[in-house]
Design a protein around this ligand. Structure first.
Ligand code: EPZ
Length: 419
């Protein structure tokens, strides 16, 4: 167990390089198991959830090599029809992708119910509904999903809620099904497109990814492929907010500025200068951000995964900011910690009323989930005095070398074992 000790109040300046996108990597890695030969995947972030995903692949009999930092080679030749270990599957949400993948490969799968961040109810009924439409018989018992299908047959599936996980899982299961699958009301996040691109590089026929109707024409077999994961827009957003809140000047590189549009637009609305050019965005702030209204929505709306970091930034805003969380029912666990740092935030149902204060003060705080941890690090950078953020292993699940990247921007932050 470790803590971050942050001496706040230093403006961040310089260049920070963003790593590959967590939520794309944790889907592309299991997707590689669909192929008959090895795949090489680049721009893989060095984070806790990727380590767990790779352990899950190994547990299924795949061989995993790391020929260079950020690159993995996955050979699924030794893949076995066996149940993933519950202690690994329970560590992350994305273990549900093994359901689609193992069902496609073996026509049966027994997968422990997934774990992941503690942000309220996280049902998987849309995954199950879609897999059932493809011909699977499903049963949930003893904390596991059991799925079996004589064959997977393409189908028309309308998702009742826009779900990133269900959209990807159904693409994975449909890639080698017989006939064509149509997923309507599909999620449109750039990582859906990334997974579709990887599947197509493996020989699949996926079209429409990035729109709300995705068509998958099943093929008999897939081969290994090479792929590079897209940049992590939430990691980028986190550094953009930290730059804005510390009145800094930071160039965030290795990003796709278009994917950051909901973040850049909000910062501009708040009076922060955001310049973009090809593969980078530069954030320059000279004043505390003006108050704004934020509502989380599926892409291209404001991302829920940036909601907690945004709350930290606008807690020192000029005026009252409203933050509405419409994706997850309990993603406000960072609020009591921010209150202890002097923020003025009231929770009204699914909306935070954030009355900006001139400054936060450093105190010991505790991360409760990945993005609350990121929010508390931002708060620590903005605050006067010393902030200690405990349970930083939650932050490590999704951020590569966060303290090193921040220190290179002039932050005073160090990791130390917790007392
Ligand atoms: C993915 O979770 C991400 N995780 C989450 O990132 C992210 O918050 C979320 O998408 C939304 O963008 C991974 O990719 C591993 P959903 P996922 O299915 O796929 C409801 C982070 O911080 N729903 O799009 O599990 C659900 O309750 C994490 O990086 C159903 O009702 O999310 C939610 O309200 C946390 N039934 C909404 O849909 C279902 O079967 C969106 O969930 C599935 C979802």
């Amino acid at each position: 167990m470790a803590v971050f000790v942050i001496e706040g109040g230093r403006p961040l300046r310089g260049v920070v390089r963003v790593s590959g996108r967590k939520n794309a990597a944790v889907a592309v890695l299991p997707a590689a198991l669909l192929a008959e030969g090895p795949s090489t995947i680049e721009n893989i972030p060095d984070i806790g959830d990727v380590a767990t995903a790779l352990d899950l692949l190994r547990a299924q009999g795949a061989s995993v090599e790391v020929p260079a930092p950020g690159t993995v080679r996955i050979d699924p030749t030794g893949l076995r029809d066996r149940e993933p270990p519950a202690e690994l599957a329970g560590q992350m949400r994305a273990s549900y992708y093994l359901l689609g993948v193992l069902l496609a490969r073996f026509r049966r799968a027994v997968v422990p119910l997934p774990g992941g961040c503690d942000i309220g109810r996280r049902p998987i009924d849309q995954h199950l509904k879609g897999l059932a439409a493809l011909g699977a018989r499903l049963e949930i018992a003893d904390g596991r999903v059991r799925a079996e299908a004589r064959r997977l047959q393409g189908a028309s599936i309308y998702l009742d809620v826009v779900s990133v996980g269900a959209t990807i899982n159904l693409m994975l299961a449909a890639a080698t099904a017989e006939g064509t699958t149509v997923i309507e009301n599909a999620a449109k996040e750039p990582h859906i497109v990334d997974v579709a691109n990887f599947l197509n590089a493996m020989g699949a026929h996926v079209s429409g990814a990035g729109t709300d109707v995705i068509k998958v024409r099943g093929v008999k077999r897939l081969h290994g492929a090479e792929h590079a994961i897209i940049p992590d827009e939430i990691e980028a957003a986190t550094y953009m907010f930290a730059a804005a809140g510390t009145l800094g000047d930071v160039l965030v590189e290795n990003v796709i500025p278009r994917h950051l549009e909901p973040i850049s637009a909000k910062l501009r609305e708040a009076g922060v200068e955001v310049v973009e050019n090809g593969e980078w965005v530069r954030v320059v702030a000279t004043e505390r951000p003006r108050a704004v209204r934020i509502k989380t929505l599926p892409y291209p709306g404001f991302p829920t995964d940036a909601q907690q970091p945004a709350t930290a930034l606008w807690s020192i805003g000029r005026g009252t900011t409203l933050v509405t969380e419409s994706i997850w029912e309990d993603r406000f666990r960072h609020v009591p910690e921010l209150l202890r740092m002097g923020a003025r935030i009231e929770v009204r149902d699914r909306t935070l009323v954030v009355e900006g204060v001139p400054r936060l003060r450093g105190v010991p705080v505790t991360a409760t989930d990945l993005r609350s941890g990121a929010a508390l690090v931002i708060a620590g950078l903005l605050a006067e005095g010393v902030t200690t953020v405990s349970r930083v292993e939650l932050v490590d699940r999704g951020y590569e070398a966060m303290e090193a990247k921040l220190a290179a921007l002039g932050a005073v932050i160090r990791r130390q074992p917790s007392a």
